[in-house]
Design a protein around this ligand. Structure first.
Ligand SMILES: [Zn+2]
Length: 261
């Protein structure tokens, strides 16, 4: 039995697939929607609409950025509470039983079949779409750089002063361009260099798989939620990211030839 019923929205949405930019945008935590078969997972609506359910504002910024730079954009259709599309399936945070300080009753004691249904119903279609898009562009001789758009909560543990985090794992090439350009253009903005998180193999999926393993330039952008809650903030950040991108887009071919350090 498939997880999604025929009348439910698909697990993945692709915007502007023919976009001419070298940027390929992805949004792993775009939606707070849950598949009908999963009910509410034992959480209130308020909890499901908090940062534990999705990246507030991230999809809106990504859609505007896609429009501004004519880039394709791939978005998840469902909540990270059902399965986190930026985690390798099988790690404890993939289908979280505990997220932040919130227990998720509907994720407790799942059978292997229940877990597999979430992987095949939600995770795999999303990643198959990204892989197909990147494969198609490569086959057409089109270069790709992968930009993941996320948002983070200001309320977790210690104070989080950064307005934006530019994050990466083993390959800082594209992240370095964003860091330099953001700081040069907007000195008043607090930019986190691999803050509030660094990209890791167990805490991430897309950057290791599409960036590092394919050898594509990549960066994961984290926007602090309070800056992208409303349309004004979403437009402001999409414009800033578009301005950064345009500033160094012409240097990407040379950047792609540089060694990863
Ligand atoms: Zn996220």
């Amino acid at each position: 039995m498939s997880l999604l019923e025929p009348d439910e929205p698909p697990a993945v949405e692709i915007v502007n697939p023919q976009g001419t930019s070298e940027a390929v945008l992805i949004c792993d935590h775009a939606s707070a929607r849950l598949p009908r078969r999963l009910g509410d997972l034992g959480l209130s609506e308020a909890q499901r609409l908090e940062h534990i359910g999705w990246d507030i504002g991230a999809a809106a910024v990504a859609r505007r950025l896609s429009l501004a730079i004519d880039a394709p954009l791939v978005l998840t259709g469902y909540s990270r509470l059902a399965i986190d599309c930026n985690r390798p399936p099988g790690v404890p945070t993939s289908i979280p039983v505990l997220t932040g300080s919130v227990e998720v009753p509907g994720n407790r004691d799942l059978s292997e079949a229940d877990k597999a249904a979430r992987v095949t119903g939600l995770f795999e279609p999303y990643h198959a779409a990204i892989a197909a898009l990147l494969d198609g562009r490569a086959a057409a001789g089109k270069a790709s750089a992968v930009l993941a758009i996320h948002s983070f909560t200001p309320h977790l543990g210690d104070a989080r002063p950064w307005n934006i985090g530019v994050t990466y794992g083993r390959d800082r090439r594209l992240a370095g361009c964003f860091l330099e350009t953001l700081q040069a253009f907007w000195p008043g903005i607090v930019v986190g260099d691999n803050q509030p998180y660094a990209v890791t193999d167990s805490g991430d999926y897309a950057m290791p798989v599409y960036g590092e393993r394919r050898g594509l330039l990549h960066v994961l952008i984290e926007l602090r939620q309070d800056g992208v809650t409303d349309a004004t903030g979403q437009i402001r950040w999409a414009d800033r990211l578009a301005a950064c991108w345009r500033q160094f887009a012409g240097d990407l071919p040379a950047l792609a030839l540089q060694p990863v350090s």
